[in-house]
Design a binder for this molecule. Structure first.
Ligand SMILES: [Fe+2]
Ligand SMILES: [Fe+2]
Length: 346
């Protein structure tokens, strides 16, 4: 694997070469040195003092050239909390506290990338096509480029086709078999929402609208660090606060796009609101929550429960539906009832 090693101390370069070569190809970038060109492949490893202004400023310039590199590993000695925050603010996707943790981390990244490649090669065409549209959407946001609505519409149409042709069961199985993380979640929510919309006999245009809102509902997560998104287990309070910003981030990303209708924006901003006012970000209550949002919220919770994560088995659809039923006044009772046949079909 190609490793771009960025540091502010020249004597760290031979040490990292000794550790990673010949297994990996190391390309070093010394902060403050001239040069630099936009690169898109490989993995970035940063070991620099993030408490000092000068290296941080120099690092920002280097990171601009390397912004298309998707995996950014930062070494933060002793796991100092404010330095970790600084690393994530600079775009880190993961943080290690010791140099010797780099090698095992790179091995993990390599396995994940290989698995992703193999998966996309063998995934059914609707799943592969909608993933391609999703990744184009997310990477545009990561690079600060404008979002193209056609990517979101294409992803939605592929999901609608997939669910119409092969049913929701096959869609859920295929997606869970082939994808992890935010992509898996968005594909599952969209599949469930579309099936729900069809089940309650929404006209085609409304199914599409609901599907598009589901496709885009967590788009704000493109700005949440992967270390938080993919953290196994519970988030702590500070992480939760960052995570809970995603509906507003998504809304702000989409709001300037004139073709995005108000009901889509409503879905993106309000899919974590509850009828009893206990949701976020705006603490809306029942009269302020639209039908589309009510369907989307039910689909979102259900999909999150049945997701497959590497650190826990996925919950059965029966158990997930039971949890929805136990949420009482947070969700609309008759809609949860109507959702039963979608949740438990097949
Ligand atoms: Fe969400
Ligand atoms: Fe979600």
């Amino acid at each position: 694997m190609l490793v771009h090693f960025v540091t502010d101390e020249p004597n760290k370069i031979p040490a990292i070469r000794a550790m990673l070569e010949p297994q990996h190809a190391v390309k070093s970038h010394l902060l403050g040195a001239a040069g630099g060109q936009a690169l898109s492949s490989g993995v970035l490893v940063v070991d620099a003092d993030l408490r000092k202004v000068v290296p941080v400023e120099q690092l920002k310039a280097v990171l601009r050239d390397l912004r298309c590199v998707s995996e950014k590993l930062f070494v933060v000695q002793d796991h100092l909390r404010d330095v970790i925050a600084q690393a994530f603010a600079l775009g880190a996707t993961s943080v290690v506290s010791r140099t010797r943790e780099i090698l095992p981390k790179l091995a993990q990244v390599e396995i994940a990338q290989e698995a992703m490649k193999a998966d996309s090669a063998s995934a059914p065409p609707e799943v592969a096509n909608s993933v391609a549209s999703f990744s184009s959407l997310f990477s545009a946001i990561g690079k600060g480029k404008p979002i193209t609505l056609s990517d979101a519409e294409n992803a939605t149409l592929e999901v609608i086709n997939g669910v119409k042709q092969n049913g929701l069961n096959a869609w859920l199985d295929d997606v869970r078999r082939y994808h992890e993380g935010t992509f898996q979640h968005c594909l599952l929510v969209t599949g469930v929402a579309v099936a729900f919309g069809m089940n309650v006999k929404f006209p085609d245009a409304d199914v599409k609208r609901l599907g598009l809102a589901a496709t885009l509902h967590d788009i704000g997560k493109a700005h949440i660090p992967l270390a938080i998104l993919d953290k196994p287990g519970r988030l702590d309070q500070a992480e939760l606060e960052i995570m809970n910003r995603h509906p507003v981030i998504g809304y702000e990303l989409l709001q300037p796009i004139p073709e995005i209708g108000p009901e889509i924006l409503d879905g993106v901003r309000h899919h974590h609101e509850y009828l009893d006012g206990s949701g976020y970000p705006d603490g809306l209550t029942a009269p302020e929550i639209s039908d589309l949002v009510r369907l989307l919220t039910i689909s979102d919770i259900f999909a999150a429960l049945i997701e497959r994560r590497s650190y826990r088995p996925s919950m059965s659809r029966q158990d997930a539906y039971k949890i929805l039923c136990e949420m009482g006044g947070k969700l609309e009772g008759p809609l949860v009832k109507a959702f039963r046949s979608v949740a438990l079909s097949g």
